[in-house]
Design a protein around this ligand. Sequence first.
Ligand SMILES: Nc1ncnc2c1ncn2[C@@H]1O[C@H](COP(=O)(O)OP(=O)(O)O)[C@@H](O)[C@H]1O
Ligand SMILES: [Mg+2]
Length: 153
Amino acid sequence: MRIAITGTPGTGKTEVAKILSEKLEVDLIDIKPLLERSKVGFDKKRDSDIIDETVLSKEFEKIKGNFVIEGHMAHFIDSKDVDFCIVLMTNSNELRKRLLKRGWDKEKIEENVLAEQMKICYGEAIDNKHKCIVYDTSNKTSEESVKEILEMI
Ligand SMILES: Nc1ncnc2c1ncn2[C@@H]1O[C@H](COP(=O)(O)OP(=O)(O)O)[C@@H](O)[C@H]1O
Ligand SMILES: [Mg+2]
């Protein structure tokens, strides 16, 4: 099975991806080098890289077998390259707590809380025609989250 995990920073992607890949006994792929090679510019207004999705899809042709891949841009992967896109969500108060622990400033935290309230990753994942599994990590441990996500899969 090939799984992409997306979500606003702090929703639990890295922890969930690690445990999920271990349970499924598949590779955990680092998305960063793939995005780096697919980057065609920078959107100042959105403070994020602009990705050429055709190039990103070509990168995936090189990857054989099953995997879990995670990142807040993982939903830009072509839906044909993964079986599911898991969208992790977290309520505003819990997300603030998690991002405060990272030492982020208030402005950056509130920008991300707003992005989460607006369900931006989920909206973009749907636009990208992914088969989405939406999961709220707010009141769960990462182990519980993975157990329930596996049941949903
Ligand atoms: N159910 C959960 N699933 C994943 N992470 C959780 C969960 N509950 C709390 N956390 C915590 O949330 C924080 C952010 O997790 P992380 O995996 O780094 O998020 P992301 O990769 O999406 O930025 C970590 O400190 C993690 O331990
Ligand atoms: Mg992470």
